[in-house]
Design a protein around this ligand. Sequence first.
Ligand code: MSP
Length: 490
Amino acid sequence: MMSGKFFISTPIFYVNAKPHIGTALTCLYADVLARYHRQKGEEVFFLTGTDEHGAKIAQSAEKAGLEPQAFVDQSSESFRELMKSWHISNDFFIRTTDKVVHTPGVLKLWQLLADQGDIYKGSYEGLYCVGHEAFMKSSDLVDGKCPDHQTEPEKIKEENYFFKLSKYKKDLREMYEKGDIVIRPDSRRKEILNMLDDLEDISFSRPRDVVKWGIPVPGDDSQLIYVWADALTNYISALGYGRKEENMSFWPGSHMIGKDILKFHAIFWPAMLHAVGLQPPREILAHGFITVDGQKMSKTIGNVIDPTPLVEKYGLDPVRYFLLREIPSHQDGDFSYEKLEARYNGDLANNLGNLVSRVAKLIETKCGGELIYEEKLMDSRVGEQIAQARKDYEKFIEEFKLHEALASIWNLLTFANGYMDEHKPWKEEHGEHLLMTLNSVATVMAEVSKMLESFMPETSAKILKNLGAESDAKKFVITKVESLFPRLEK
Ligand code: MSP
């Protein structure tokens, strides 16, 4: 078993829009990994936060009639609330407008790059999409518009500082070929290798009079540091980079990101780090997008799903379960209320919930409410199923196929339900066979509780509580049996 340190981050979120289920999904993925590694005994640093500079934020603040700082103070709050209400177990929440925590790291990185001649002044003429906060090529456009934002990019001609990205082309290729950076899924690594062929230097600053809101370039107040150069640095400024508290022992880390921001994380960021002699990220996990009834979620279509009422209606763990099970971690997946309700009634109420109460009630009625685990009463066939499920579960988590990890738990539950139907403990009054059945299935439930801890922490605890068990599952003392997932009625 690996032990040691594990760093996991989410992207930091733009605060111009409210959190939606896409935001929640990124956080859930990272949360599962953080909890899983903690359970393995590793020391975990789980980082999330908000991206609060740039033209997009400045524009939104202006629309809201607020000063940018007042606007971001207000709007970043809803992201902190999301973390709380979705039981996201982040260890730190970073804000890029935090001058004490974040700015020193950005300035240090810039200064080091500038001192070694990796930053130079030049002029940029081309296209800029404010929605993406990114420079675009005309070949990226569809009918003259950014395909993601349906807006025409701005044509700009301005003085910028540039980062000599092209200089690091060969080093980046080597990192990927040697496996210094792992990208999951591997198909995305190939995408990145293809992009390396025509890598150009990138703008690293924009004029202050255009962008208005950001960190000034050291030594040149007329320019502000490009929002992505600022934002990416959060992953190390949170570790104290640039401050006297600097402690990089958690580095290199794993980044959870959406597929749309892969280039920034897999090319720009490793190059920036490598240029100043820091290790590139250990792992980049790129997930897909949630669509709603087959359509892209967008304000214009009006189908953005707000995470808060969703959780109020169905409960947190059912929603966590649904998103993590239904959306394949590596691919796009669809949200619909029908699918959520079908999973709730099928997987949660019937398969998991019923089994927990059936087992608890049988221990209550057939064993006087108390069952002591005995190795000799463990059906070896059940033991094998548990071991197989655990093996699959770990493999799928390591491969970042969280939906498959959940499927392996549910395979075990389906097996256990079938085992009960086969052995019919309710038809027996006492005896070794009855004890073996209950002992074996109760052990399955304890193991399910352990595996579910990373995905559905509250449910995991409730399973043990219903079975009156401690986490070592050596004794089951039933006191009160409560339905875990009351069926949803139409
Ligand atoms: N601020 C940048 C990230 C900087 S990281 C140094 C940013 N912010 S964002 O708020 O626009 O997006 C944050 C994350 O949410 C991205 O990983 C993006 O992929 C993810 N998602 C946005 N919409 C989504 C869905 N519909 N589905 C799943 N994830 C989605 O980009």
